[in-house]
Design a protein around this ligand. Sequence first.
Ligand SMILES: [Zn+2]
Length: 81
Amino acid sequence: MSAMKCGRCGSEKVMPNLRIRDRYTAEDLEVEVERHPNAMIFKKAHKEALRATVCGECGNVGLSVENPKGLWETYTQQKNA
Ligand SMILES: [Zn+2]
């Protein structure tokens, strides 16, 4: 694996792709985009699990999702009517 470097301190002690779980439900936190945000029902939400990249030296945290294209696709197809 190629070494990743922390954007803040430059350390290579970087842990990618860590899960972020709710303390009480133990479920992954998610980012959500609704295709029909103004609909009463059937908002057709697209959800992607959040992942964290954490520096083991300074604690810097970066967030990402595994499938950003799926979110973007839903975002660009949003209808506000
Ligand atoms: Zn760092």
